[in-house]
Design a binder for this molecule. Structure first.
Ligand SMILES: C[S@@+](CC[C@H](N)C(=O)[O-])C[C@H]1O[C@@H](n2cnc3c(N)ncnc32)[C@H](O)[C@@H]1O
Length: 839
C-alpha cells in the first residue's frame, strides 16, 4: 500500500489534474462537489456565503450548481480573482468590519448556506495550527449564526484534534443534524474533516459561551447539557456558589416578602433565605405595605415568614399557596390565564383567511391534473418495460414478432408505440428478426426523452428518496475510491474493466447514432433508413468479422485449436446468423467462454491430448460458491460426492483449484473429445442470468450482482484434476526473485565461459609458445575461473547509544555490514555457552 505524500509531487494527484482540466482554481473544488453530492444543499440555496474563499474554487462550484440569479458572497484574507456571478472581497473573517461588509452585501437577505474552508498558516506548529483552525471555525460559526436563515446549512472544515469534540458539541446545540464526513478528494494524510450542519435552529438568543473559544475549548470538557430553555430563559437563575455576596458577609439572609411574591422562582427564595420581612425601609415599599394589609396575609403566614429555616413541608406549602393567592389578586398572570392566552394565540394562528373560491378550484384542478399526468407517466413506463421484456423474449424465440404491440394497437394497428403497422412500415420486424432490438433497448435506457426511458422515474421519486439515493451513491463512490487507493489488484481490475467498457462503449458509440436512427425510424415509420449501414453492425457481426480473421477466436486461441486433436470439431455453423448470440449478453457470455478456453491453452495442450483419452466422469453440478472474484476461486464440495474424493484429493474440505479455468478445461476436453461442439457452447450461453432488467438499478447493486450472477457450469473430475496439476506446477515454481537471481548467475557464468573461450583461442593462436605451455596456461585459466570467489565478509556492528538510530552507513565502515542489537548478541552468546556446558 503506497503511502500518500503530502508534499512535492505527491500533491499533484488526480484531483489536482482534474481541477486543472475542469478549470477550477483549486482541487478543493471536488471536496465541495462531493459534499454536495451527498447532501445536496447547493441546488436548494439561493443565497450563499463562502468564508475563507480564496482562490475561489468553492465559489466556482457554487456558481455552477446554485440556481441562476443566486447571491454568492465570498470573503478571504487573500484577494480573490473575479468570478462571474460571485461577489468577493478581501477581509479577515474575525473582524467586525468583515461582518459589516457581509451585511452590506446580503442586505436584508439571509443565507441558505454558509461555507467555511478556512485554514490559517498551516505548517508551523501542529498544536497551534489546529487550535487556530478551531478558533476560525468557531468564528465562522458565529457569522453563520448571524447570517443563516432558519433551517439553513453550515459546512465547515475542522481538523481532528482535541477541540474537535467540543466543536461538534456546540454545532449540535445549534443545528438539527450534524454529520462529519471526509470526501474522497480529501487526502487521507490530511487531518481535515468536513462537518455538515443542517437545519439551523435559529434560537432567539445564543449563549455567548457557545461562541467564546475560551469556554468552548477549555471549559467544555464537561459541558452542560443543551437546554435552550435553561440557557435562554433569563428568569431561571443559577445557584450562587461564589461565596459571600458583595457587602453581605453574614450567614443570615433576609428579603422583603414582596420579592417572594414577585419572583418566578419562589423555591429558590425560600431555600436561600432565612426570613421574609414585612419591614418597610425609609422610601416605603408600596407593594410591601399593600401586602401587609391584605387579608390573605394571616398571622400564621407572618409567623412562617419570620424563620424559614425551621419550617416544615406543610408550612412551605402554605407560603406558596399564599403567594399564588396574592399574585392572583394583584393581577399577575397565573398558569390558567397563561394557558388560555396560549390557546387563544393558537386559534389565531390556525384561523387562516378563507381562500378565494375560484383560486381554490384552480388549485384543486391543478393538483388533479398533476396527479393524472404522473399516473399516466407511470402507466406508460410500465407499458414500455413490458414491451422491452417482450422484445427480449422474442429474441429468445419465446414469442413471435407479430405478438408485439397487438393489444395496445387500435383496430388498424396505429396508436401504439409498438403498433404492428408502424413496426412493419419501418422494417423493424426485420430488424427485430436480426436481433437489432437489443441495441434499441440499450438506447432507450440511455435516452430519457425517448418516451420510454427511465428518466421519468425521477419525477416521481420524492426528495427524501433522492437524498438517500445520493447518499448511497456517494458512499459507494467513497468505498470504491478507498478500495482503489488501498488495493492495487482492484485498481488493475477496474482499469481493465474500464478498458473493456471503453471498447464496448466505443463499439456502442459507433452504433449509437445508428441505433438512435433505428429508434427514430422505428417510431416515425420512415422507410428510407436502412439497417445495413456499416455502423449498424451488431456484436455478432463484429465477432463474425473477427471470425473471418482468426476463425472466431483470438490469435492465441486460434493457434490452440489448430492442433490435431481439434481437427474434427465443427466450427460455428454459418447458416444460423440469427442465433441468440446476436444479443450483447449472449455474445458476451460466448466471448467469455472463448476467453476461458483461451486462457488455458498454453499449459494444457499435452494434458488435453492425454486427457482426451481419460473417460470423462459424470458432471458434478453441486458446488458451493466461490470466495474471491479476483484470485483463483476455490470450489467446495460436499463430502458425499466420493467420486471427486477418489480422483481429486480435498484440502481442508476444499478443492484447491481454479473453478474458472476448470470449467474452461472441462469445455476444452469435451470439445476435444467431441462431446460438444461450438454450437452447444453458444447454446449454453443462454441461461437465466443472461437477461436481466437492469433499468434504474443503482451502480453498487449492479456491481454486486455482476459478481455473483455467473452460472456455475458443471466441471468434470478430469478437468479439475488437470487444473489442480497446473496449479501445483505453478506453485512449485520459484518466486520471482529467486528465479531472477538464478538467471543472473547463469548469465554471469555464460559470460565467464565466453571470456575463457576467447582467451583460450588467443592462447592457441600464440606463436611464441610451445604446445605444452599453451596447454598449461589454458588449464591455469580454467582452474582460476572455476575457483569460487571468497564470500565477502559481513561486518557486524553492535548498535550502541546514538548508533541505534543510525540512518545510513555508520562512519568508517566499508563493505557489507549488519547492525545488531547488543542485547541480542549477548543472549546468543549466553545460549551458546549454556548449550556447550550441557554437552
Ligand atoms: C484552503 S483555503 C480555502 C480554499 C477555498 N475553499 C477554495 O475552494 O478555493 C483556506 C483559506 O483560508 C483563508 N483564511 C485563513 N484565515 C482567514 C481569516 N482569518 N479570514 C479570512 N480568510 C482566512 C486563507 O487566506 C486561505 O485562502
Amino acid at each position: 500500500m503506497g503511502i500518500q505524500k503530502k508534499h512535492g509531487k505527491g500533491r499533484l494527484d488526480k484531483w489536482y489534474k482534474l481541477a486543472k482540466e475542469k478549470g477550477y482554481r483549486a482541487r478543493a473544488a471536488f471536496k465541495l462537489i462531493q459534499l454536495n453530492k451527498k447532501y445536496g444543499f447547493l441546488e436548494k440555496s439561493k443565497v450563499l456565503l463562502d468564508l475563507c474563499a480564496a482562490p475561489g474554487s468553492w465559489c466556482q462550484v457554487a456558481a455552477e450548481t446554485m440556481p441562476a440569479s443566486s447571491l454568492i458572497v465570498g470573503v478571504d484574507l487573500s484577494p480573490i480573482k473575479a468570478i462571474p456571478r460571485v461577489i468577493t472581497f478581501q477581509s479577515d473573517i474575525t473582524t467586525d468590519k468583515c461582518r459589516a461588509t457581509i451585511r452590506s452585501h446580503l442586505k436584508t437577505w439571509k443565507a441558505d448556506t454558509v461555507l467555511h474552508d478556512g485554514a490559517p498558516n498551516v505548517g508551523t506548529a501542529w498544536v497551534q495550527d489546529s487550535f487556530n483552525q478551531a478558533e476560525l471555525v468557531l468564528q465562522s460559526m458565529k457569522l453563520a449564526t448571524e447570517f443563516l436563515v432558519e433551517g439553513g446549512t453550515f459546512v465547515t472544515k475542522v481538523f481532528r484534534s482535541k477541540d474537535y469534540n467540543s466543536l461538534l458539541w456546540v454545532f449540535n446545540q445549534l443545528f438539527e443534524k450534524v454529520e462529519a464526513t471526509k470526501p474522497p478528494s480529501s487526502r487521507n494524510v490530511s487531518a481535515e474533516i468536513f462537518v455538515v450542519c443542517r437545519g439551523f435552529k435559529a434560537p432567539k438568543r445564543i449563549d455567548p459561551k457557545f461562541l467564546d473559544p475560551k469556554s468552548v475549548f477549555a471549559e467544555l470538557s464537561d459541558p452542560t447539557p443543551n437546554n435552550e430553555a435553561k440557557v435562554f430563559n433569563p428568569e431561571i437563575k443559577k445557584r450562587k456558589r461564589d461565596g459571600y455576596e458583595e457587602g453581605n458577609y453574614t450567614q443570615f439572609k433576609e428579603v422583603p416578602a414582596s420579592t417572594f411574591i414577585n419572583t418566578t422562582d419562589p423555591i429558590e427564595i425560600l431555600g436561600q433565605n432565612n426570613k421574609l420581612s414585612f419591614k418597610q425601609d425609609a422610601n416605603g415599599d408600596i407593594a410591601l405595605a399593600a401586602l401587609d394589609l391584605m387579608p390573605e396575609t394571616t398571622q400564621e403566614i407572618r409567623d412562617c415568614c419570620q424563620d424559614l429555616k425551621v419550617l416544615g413541608r406543610k408550612e412551605f406549602k402554605n407560603l406558596l399557596k399564599w403567594r399564588l393567592k396574592v399574585r392572583e389578586k394583584l393581577g399577575f398572570p397565573t398558569k390558567k390565564s397563561l394557558k388560555e392566552a396560549a390557546e387563544l394565540a393558537e386559534q389565531e394562528v390556525a384561523e387562516v383567511e378563507p381562500m378565494d373560491e375560484e383560486l381554490k378550484i384552480q388549485e384543486e384542478l391543478q393538483a388533479l391534473s398533476e396527479r393524472q399526468s404522473s399516473r399516466k407517466k407511470r402507466d406508460r413506463r410500465r407499458e414500455n418495460e413490458k414491451k422491452q421484456k417482450e422484445i427480449i423474449r422474442m429474441q429468445l424465440h419465446m414469442t413471435a414478432p407479430t405478438e408485439i404491440g397487438l393489444e395496445q394497437a387500435g383496430p388498424n394497428g396505429e396508436g401504439a408505440m409498438f403498433g404492428l403497422k408502424t413496426v412493419d412500415k419501418s422494417g423493424a420486424v426485420d430488424k427485430i428478426a436480426k436481433g437489432k432490438m437489443a441495441i434499441l433497448t440499450e438506447v432507450d435506457k440511455k435516452d430519457g426523452d425517448s418516451g420510454f426511458g427511465s428518466g421519468e422515474m425521477d419525477d416521481e421519486s420524492d426528495v427524501e428518496e433522492d437524498r438517500l439515493d445520493r447518499e448511497m451513491d456517494s458512499m459507494y463512490d467513497q468505498y470504491q475510491s478507498r478500495k482503489s487507493e488501498a488495493d492495487a489488484k482492484f485498481r488493475a481490475k477496474k482499469a481493465r474493466k474500464e478498458h473493456e467498457d471503453g471498447d464496448w462503449d466505443g463499439f456502442s458509440a459507433d452504433n449509437h447514432d445508428s441505433d438512435d436512427d433505428d429508434r427514430l425510424d422505428f417510431d416515425s415509420g420512415d422507410e428510407s433508413s436502412d439497417d445495413e449501414a456499416p455502423t449498424k453492425r451488431s456484436l455478432l457481426t463484429k465477432l463474425e468479422a473477427e471470425d473471418k480473421k482468426e476463425g472466431g477466436l483470438s490469435r492465441r486461441a486460434a493457434q490452440f485449436f489448430e492442433q490435431d486433436i481439434f481437427k474434427d470439431i465443427g466450427g460455428i455453423p454459418d447458416e444460423e446468423p440469427e442465433s441468440g448470440a446476436e444479443n450483447d449478453e449472449d455474445a458476451e457470455e460466448m466471448a467469455e467462454d472463448l476467453e476461458k478456453l483461451d486462457t488455458i491453452m498454453q499449459d494444457t495442450i499435452p494434458e488435453a491430448e492425454s486427457d482426451s483419452d481419460v473417460p470423462i466422469t459424470e458432471d458434478v453440478d453441486e458446488f458451493a460458491d466461490s470466495s474471491d472474484d479476483e484470485g483463483f476461486e476455490v470450489v467446495k464440495k460436499s463430502a458425499k460426492e466420493s467420486q471427486w474424493e477418489e480422483e481429486v484429493p480435498l484440502k481442508d474440505g476444499k478443492l484447491d483449484i481454479d473453478i474458472i479455468t476448470a470449467e474452461a478445461m472441462t469445455l476444452a476436453q469435451q470439445m476435444a473429445s467431441g462431446q460438444i461442439n461450438a454450437h452447444d457452447l453458444i447454446d449454453s450461453g443462454f441461461n437465466k442470468y443472461a437477461f436481466k432488467d437492469r433499468d434504474g438499478l443503482p451502480e453498487w447493486f449492479l456491481d454486486d450482482e455482476h459478481r455473483h450472477d455467473k452460472p456455475h457450469r458443471p466441471i468434470s473430475a478430469a478437468g479439475a484434476a488437470a487444473i489442480k496439476e497446473k496449479m501445483r506446477a505453478l506453485n512449485a515454481r520459484p518466486i520471482k526473485k529467486v528465479r531472477e537471481a538464478k538467471d543472473r548467475k547463469k548469465f554471469h557464468a555464460a559470460q565467464r565461459l565466453e571470456k575463457l573461450r576467447k582467451k583460450s583461442a588467443l592462447l592457441a593462436d600464440e606463436e611464441g609458445m610451445t604446445e605444452k605451455e599453451k596447454a598449461s596456461s589454458i588449464v591455469k585459466l580454467m582452474s582460476k575461473a572455476a575457483k569460487r570467489k571468497p564470500k565477502r565478509e559481513i561486518k557486524v556492528i553492535v548498535a550502541r547509544g546514538n548508533n541505534r538510530a543510525i540512518a545510513g552507513r555508520p562512519r568508517g565502515v566499508k563493505g557489507k555490514y549488519k547492525i545488531v542489537d547488543a542485547r541480542l548478541k549477548k543472549d546468543v552468546r549466553a545460549e551458546k555457552r549454556l548449550s556447550k556446558k550441557k554437552k
